[in-house]
Ligand binder design. Structure first.
Ligand SMILES: Cc1cc2nc3c(=O)[nH]c(=O)nc-3n(C[C@H](O)[C@H](O)[C@H](O)COP(=O)(O)OP(=O)(O)OC[C@H]3O[C@@H](n4cnc5c(N)ncnc54)[C@H](O)[C@@H]3O)c2cc1C
Length: 410
């Protein structure tokens, strides 16, 4: 890895620092973000003979994976999670641990000698005034001019905390899942986890296994739950097989499979969902891969409660110091701590919103090898939630984007 660290400092700068290339033909392609998507794309561009420079705001690659909670393992298989040009070592096991993902990404950048600038955040992407390239405005007044830009900033960097009434004045211990590291920090405590995506489900199990006194899981919409693997057959294999079938057909096929493999948890507050599995995926909700939730719910170690409606301060209603949480079914609970596993926002508005390339939900209108119609040379990767595994799709997209850029630059 060739790393050029440009950390911010507080000293005044005489003039904006520019990394520009005078001759348009010599301009590199800038890749914004040094996560798996950005690294894979930089490698694929290099393989096409194109100079790619990754600009990463953190001080190293794989920043999202460094921040995730300790217990996390990939729920996609090692083989189907590797990026182009480097296998994940066998010793990482079938379900790769978070810290091994970080090791792999570091190794990936090193082995492929990727050109990476760290400590620089791109704040805005614009067309160059002459329309021949892309101008990236970055921290410290830097201006970078590229022949094309690949936005690979991921969707895990800006936590989403719903604007629950009373939240702003709540004095209890409320943490977004992005700040959660380990259940050990909650041993002996009564914890409410809000949200039953993969993160909320796994954090609830982690809390049980780490000795929390009580674990409740607040659920607004009952999730689809699938076994990570059945008799050695990974759920991801099925997902890859069905991903191009009609959504309604997959919804129908998934119903009996769920009945066979996942017990009915209705009596515990988790009924089977009434909308289809693939319809939900298309709406952005990946099924929960079971890493212990089913057992924990059956044993009563994780209690399912209604959605959070409101927070109230300790002084008003609570018997504990932390405050009270009012649930949608009218009940009030007073946990010692609340962990909000309520997801992230893509937060692309500041970066590219002015280019008219985002839909009403802030998602890029095009992704992969296809740039948005009016912005040739601007690519997005990693902003979809494919049923077949994001890492796998990032790897495929990387090679497609690189070929599209090569065609564009010809
Ligand atoms: C908890 C969790 C578990 C997951 N497990 C799996 C799994 O098992 N299998 C799977 O296939 N997928 C999984 N995913 C989904 C996906 O593979 C990962 O989110 C993956 O990290 C996405 O890669 P990315 O490169 O798109 O984004 P990221 O890994 O988030 O990388 C984006 C990078 O861009 C940087 N950045 C952001 N904004 C800027 C800016 N303006 N300027 C410069 N740099 C910037 C960030 O610092 C970050 O390093 C998981 C996701 C989460 C949240």
């Amino acid at each position: 890895m060739i790393t050029l660290a440009l950390m911010e400092d507080s000293a005044p700068r005489p003039a904006p620092q520019a990394i520009t290339t005078a001759n348009p033909a010599d301009r590199p392609v800038y890749v914004i973000g040094g996560g798996p998507g950005g690294l894979a794309t930089a490698y694929a561009l290099r393989a096409q003979g194109i100079r790619a420079v990754v600009v990463e705001k953190a001080d190293g690659v794989g920043a999202s994976w460094r921040r995730h909670y300790d217990r996390l393992h990939l729920h996609t298989t090692r083989r189907l999670s590797a990026l182009p040009g480097l296998k994940m070592p066998r010793r990482f096991g079938r379900w790769v641990a978070r810290e091994d993902v970080v090791r792999y990404l570091e190794k990936y950048a090193e082995v492929h000698e990727l050109e990476i600038v760290t400590g620089v955040e791109v704040t805005r992407v614009e067309r160059t005034p002459d329309g021949t390239g892309w101008l990236l405005r970055a921290t410290g007044g830097r201006e970078l001019v590229g022949a094309a830009v690949v936005v690979a900033t991921g969707y895990n960097h800006t936590p989403h905390l719903p604007d629950w009434p009373g939240r702003a004045t709540f004095t209890g211990d409320l943490t977004h899942a992005s700040g959660y590291r380990s259940g050990k920090d909650y041993a002996g405590r009564d914890v409410l986890v809000v949200g039953v995506g993969n993160t909320g489900a796994e954090i609830a199990v982690d809390l049980v296994e780490s000795g929390a006194a009580r674990v409740r899981l607040s659920v607004r919409t009952a999730p689809h739950i699938v076994r990570r693997s059945t008799a050695g057959w990974a759920a991801q294999y099925t997902a890859i097989l069905v991903r191009r079938l009609p959504v309604r057909l997959v919804d129908r096929l998934a119903r009996p499979m769920a009945r066979l493999s996942v017990p009915d948890l209705s009596a515990h507050g988790l009924p089977r969902p009434d909308t289809g599995l693939y319809s939900r995926v298309k709406d952005g909700a990946i099924p929960v891969q079971d890493v212990g939730l089913i057992d924990a719910v059956r044993k009563g170690q994780v209690e399912i409660v209604a959605a959070v409606a409101e927070f109230a301060d300790a002084s008003e209603n609570s018997v504990k110091d932390g405050g009270t949480v009012l649930l949608a079914d009218g009940s009030r609970i007073s946990p010692d701590a609340v962990v909000a596993a309520t997801g992230y926002v893509r937060a692309l508005e500041g970066l590219v919103g002015h280019l008219g390339v985002l839909d009403e939900r802030g998602r890029p209108v095009a992704h992969g090898a296809r740039p948005p119609k009016d912005t040739p040379g601007l690519y997005f990767t990693g902003f979809t939630t494919p049923i077949s595994g994001t890492l796998r799709e990032l790897a495929i997209d990387a090679e497609r984007i690189a070929k599209a850029v090569r065609r564009q630059l010809r």
